[in-house]
Design a binder for this molecule. Structure first.
Ligand code: G3P
Ligand code: MG
Length: 240
């Protein structure tokens, strides 16, 4: 059965990548959550999408220039609605400590922007093992070098390679990365590629699907996971 994963929590309803967004996805009954991780100046993994804080907080600047103590003071909710003025940028540890079902999926996206955070793979892996969540996580990234490093450090941790463009025979490339999952933009896949990926034992976790008809088609095509801003929509379709 296709699993429904809340994108940045339930970002259609709550300020993205905040505890309140993750709790909303959990309450809806999502099978897991996807969220984005950067490192602060003092190497604490924090959950925010952009490499700058400008769009989703009340301050400006790059995540990497803030210490954890400093970034923690920012208001990460009011940009979305005044009702969420208390929201903070969560640490990775805050999110991994949420109370969830035993098979809940944490899809941790290591952010790959204009620069790379040295050592991010090791720091994130350590937190995963400290929380005993090694069987619940998928580490994904557009930075495929980081995914290879994750596998080198910890071969049993599941990884998923993100792509925005169409790929030729993705199973060949993903094999070379020792990657467990293919994470394409849903607009770059079709029935044929889904069928072929299945033949090559390559599960597809596709993003970011918010349209009901598209979601229905992808569920019928039996993709492994759908990452969506509206997890309630996916759960409703599954329960039809
Ligand atoms: O992991 C799926 C999706 O989150 C990738 O794109 O920019 O929303 O992090 P983005
Ligand atoms: Mg993401």
């Amino acid at each position: 059965m296709t699993k429904i994963i809340g994108h940045r929590g339930a970002m259609g309803y709550r300020p993205e990548n905040t505890v309140s967004s993750f709790l909303k996805a959990i309450r809806i009954g999502a099978h897991g959550i996807e969220f984005d991780v950067h490192l602060t100046r003092d190497n604490i993994p924090v959950v925010i999408h952009d490499e700058r804080v400008d769009r989703t907080t009340d301050k400006i600047g790059e995540v990497k220039d803030y210490t954890f103590g400093q970034i923690r003071k920012l208001d990460a909710g009011t940009w979305f609605s005044r009702d969420f003025f208390n929201e903070r940028i969560p640490s990775l540890n805050d999110v991994l400590s949420l109370d969830v079902a035993g098979d809940f999926i944490f899809n941790i996206e290591l952010k790959a922007g204009s620069y790379y955070y040295p050592g991010i793979e090791n720091i994130v892996l350590k937190q995963i093992y400290d929380c005993h969540l090694e069987n619940n996580v998928i580490i994904s990234s557009f930075d495929h070098g980081a995914l290879l490093e994750v596998k080198r450090l910890s071969p049993t941790i599941k990884t998923g390679a993100l792509f925005c463009a169409r790929l030729y025979e993705p199973w060949e490339y993903l094999k070379s990365l020792k990657c467990d999952f293919y994470h394409p933009d849903y607009r770059t896949i079709d029935k044929e590629i889904i069928k072929n990926a299945k033949m090559h034992n390559l599960p597809i976790n596709t993003y970011t699907v918010n349209n009901e008809n598209t979601m229905t088609d992808l569920i019928q095509a039996d993709v492994n996971m759908i990452i969506t801003n509206y997890p309630d929509l996916g759960i409703r379709i599954l329960n039809y």
